[in-house]
Design a binder for this molecule. Structure first.
Ligand code: FE
Length: 199
């Protein structure tokens, strides 16, 4: 089915005081995410993928080692990634639900260690990509990083948290300081209730 650009779940200026400016969200949502939607729709038109869900397209078109050449995959996966990303952030500033805190502590030793691992994964991703907290098929939690638009769906994992580390996500607010963007994301921007709902 045709891709559809979702509205942000908050106002464009809602995260301004938390380190993600209105300008960043306008560019990121209205131009970058919209381009994935528009280009994806052009590429799937008239193909076997036209009637499939975005998740089916991502899983069905992923080819390890050939991501850069794979237009349908790249646009579908980036559309899915950004849709999750907007929902994983929020202006509410609510605390972390107890079930998530417990799961992170069991998997990583502490919430602080999870954040350290997640930030390190995002900082270490060479070039464009994503840092993730995933739930594997066996139920275990892991921190991963992926190139370009590759995401946990490709590996049969559930995405609990994802952080866009493409430069377009942080250059306006943090210039080249990706680690500062990641630290701010974890401390101020994540909607932990959304993350917990994915467990
Ligand atoms: Fe992005």
């Amino acid at each position: 089915m045709a891709f559809h650009l979702p509205d942000l779940p908050y106002k464009y200026n809602a995260l301004e005081a938390l380190g993600m400016s209105m300008e960043t969200l306008e560019f990121h949502h209205d131009m970058h995410h919209k381009a994935y939607v528009d280009n994806g729709n052009k590429l799937i038109a008239g193909t076997e993928w036209e009637s499939k869900s975005v998740e089916e397209i991502v899983k069905g078109t992923y080819q390890a080692g050939a991501v850069a050449q794979n237009g349908i995959f790249n646009n579908a996966s980036q559309h899915w990634n950004h849709t999750q990303f907007w929902e994983m952030m929020g202006p509410e500033g609510k605390g972390m639900p107890g079930a998530l805190e417990k799961a992170l502590t069991e998997a990583f030793g502490s919430v602080a260690k999870f954040k350290e691992d997640f930030a390190a994964a995002g900082a270490a991703q060479f070039g464009s990509g994503w840092a993730w907290l995933v739930k594997d098929a066996d139920g275990s939690l892991k921190v991963t990083k992926t190139e370009n638009g590759v995401n946990p769906l490709c590996f049969g994992q559930t995405a609990l948290l994802g952080c866009d580390v493409w430069e377009h996500s942080y250059y306006i607010d943090f210039r080249n300081k990706r680690p500062a963007y990641l630290s701010n994301f974890l401390e101020k921007l994540v909607n932990w209730e959304n993350v917990a709902s994915r467990l």
